[in-house]
Design a protein around this ligand. Structure first.
Ligand SMILES: Cc1cc2nc3c(=O)[nH]c(=O)nc-3n(C[C@H](O)[C@H](O)[C@H](O)COP(=O)(O)OP(=O)(O)OC[C@H]3O[C@@H](n4cnc5c(N)ncnc54)[C@H](O)[C@@H]3O)c2cc1C
Length: 442
């Protein structure tokens, strides 16, 4: 597939001047019109929800540099938004490198400004019971007996149900930090660059190249080529501390210079920070207030990837609303919580072993099994293939440590041994139990 640079179709919303407040009513309020809020609005509209719903965001422009990649099958309505797909990928370091391909799965990318422009244009041209309100910042939420009242910088709004996707500095994340458990920061900074000559293999995405300074935590470079001249080159770090911007800049410039040369032009910069935590973000903040997206725990703790889980979470919520069913509170099978807790424990204890684990996973696990594992769709056989590929000492110790943390947290909460042990044991999937058993045997 040939990548074409798209003309940015960014709608700049105008906000109406502040006026005297009256209470505005809706059936549903969605707070935050990023990936999760926009996806939920899309699914509500797509499934024919007939109530009145409002999507609001403090932003007025939706052109921030951001790309969402996923292995999972994209919903059909998103297919025209896929900017580029890769059928081949590489993971490696100074000593070894693995190239994988799959006929069943591809790594796909959506450019966020395209995604927002697509839906905003569509909604502006449609007769819907739905209102999009940019430039509206949520200041207070209060759950009343029969509704939720949301005060913003412009309005007082009331709704039967509220879906809250705000996470930047939100109390949800602060709370989980304070509750202990592991909290790593995934930080990244990337440049979309263009060379005047062919330097990239357009067909191959470099998912992890560990040939970069391992300053603190796990560090790697990610290269997504759009053509033989153009690519996104990104430095990523998983660490207990916030990585310094300067370290990422050094990593990116050094990598480009050593591998491709210096005669490039920087077209765009993308940067971000994602939480990687064993703590569970609550799916609800009240009887009528549901957290969605990253704020609702949709980011996979071991990778920070959230796009796929957000699609599953928001489409299932929309379906439940339309069918008047109970709103689901999980966005992935529980066994992945355990696997991810073990993984984070291993990274936190010994970042060097994490690099080795990634390399081994890509070397030893069949591509389709690994992709199913990474996208929450693994079978028992896939889980065991992944577990068998991991270095036993590091992961055995980490799984015990992770169990201990869970046990200690449950013990504190329940105030007795038996209840927490039973709860923990029951929450583990069969393959997770086997992993624990195997690590104990070693
Ligand atoms: C640069 C970047 C790249 C990423 N790449 C990938 C990827 O390749 N694959 C993947 O799976 N995941 C990726 N992620 C992770 C995840 O998919 C994204 O973070 C995704 O945007 C999360 O969606 P969200 O709706 O939870 O949060 P957001 O998209 O951040 O939306 C939250 C919204 O809330 C709004 N808001 C905040 N406070 C207020 C307030 N007080 N009032 C009103 N509105 C408010 C914000 O303006 C924002 O629009 C990436 C994240 C980043 C930052």
């Amino acid at each position: 597939m040939q990548f074409e640079e798209r003309t940015l179709n960014v709608l700049n919303f105008k906000t109406s001047p502040t006026r005297e407040r009256s209470v505005k009513k809706a059936d549903i309020l969605i707070l935050g019109a990023g990936c999760a809020g926009t996806s939920l609005a899309h699914y509500l509209e797509d499934f024919g929800y007939a109530g009145k719903f409002v999507l609001l965001d403090n932003r007025t422009k939706f052109n921030r540099e951001q790309r969402w990649c996923s292995w999972a099958q994209m919903p059909e309505s998103f297919l025209p938004l896929v900017q580029k797909t890769w059928q081949e990928w590489t993971v490696g370091d100074e000593n070894r490198s693995t190239v994988q391909t799959s006929e069943n799965y591809s790594y796909q990318q959506i450019y966020a400004p395209d995604f927002f422009a697509h839906f905003h244009t569509r909604w502006q041209s449609l007769e819907t019971p739905f209102e999009m309100c940019p430039g509206e910042r949520v200041e207070r939420i209060e759950e009343k007996r029969d509704c939720v009242e949301v005060t913003t910088n412009r309005e007082t709004r009331r709704a039967n149900l509220v879906f809250d996707a705000r996470h930047q500095g939100s109390s949800n994340l602060k709370d989980v930090k304070e509750k202990g458990g592991i909290f790593l920061h995934q930080t990244f900074l990337g440049w979309k660059i263009r060379f005047p000559r062919a330097v990239f293999n357009e067909k191959n995405a470099t998912l992890m190249d560990f040939r970069t300074a391992q300053i603190e935590g796990v560090n790697f470079i990610y290269v997504l080529p759009y053509s033989d001249r153009e690519a996104l080159v990104e430095s990523t770090s998983f660490s207990g501390n916030h990585a310094v911007r300067l370290n990422h800049l050094n990593a990116v410039t050094t990598y480009i210079s050593e591998n491709f040369g210096d005669d490039y032009e920087i077209k765009a910069e993308e940067s971000g920070e994602l939480p990687m935590t064993t703590a569970k973000l609550p799916s609800k903040s009240g009887e009528r207030i549901f957290n969605i997206g990253v704020a609702g725990g949709a980011a996979r703790p071991s990778s920070g990837y959230a796009f796929h889980r957000i699609q599953r979470q928001t489409s299932e919520i929309a379906r439940a609303i339309v069918r008047r069913e109970k709103i689901p509170s999980t966005c992935a099978p529980r066994k992945y919580d355990f696997f991810d807790a073990v993984f984070l424990e291993a990274v936190a204890r010994n970042p060097g072993s994490a690099k080795n684990s990634f390399l081994r996973m890509f070397e030893k696990v069949a591509p389709d099994s690994l992709i199913r594992f990474l996208t929450d769709e693994s079978t028992r056989a896939d889980d065991l293939a992944v577990i068998s590929a991991l270095p036993k000492t590091a992961f055995g110790a980490a799984s015990l440590q992770s169990l201990w943390r869970k046990f200690a947290a449950g013990n504190q909460k329940d105030g007795k041994f038996g209840a927490s042990h039973g709860t923990l044991h029951n929450s583990l999937d069969e393959s997770a139990r086997r992993l624990v058993a195997r690590s104990v045997e070693r």
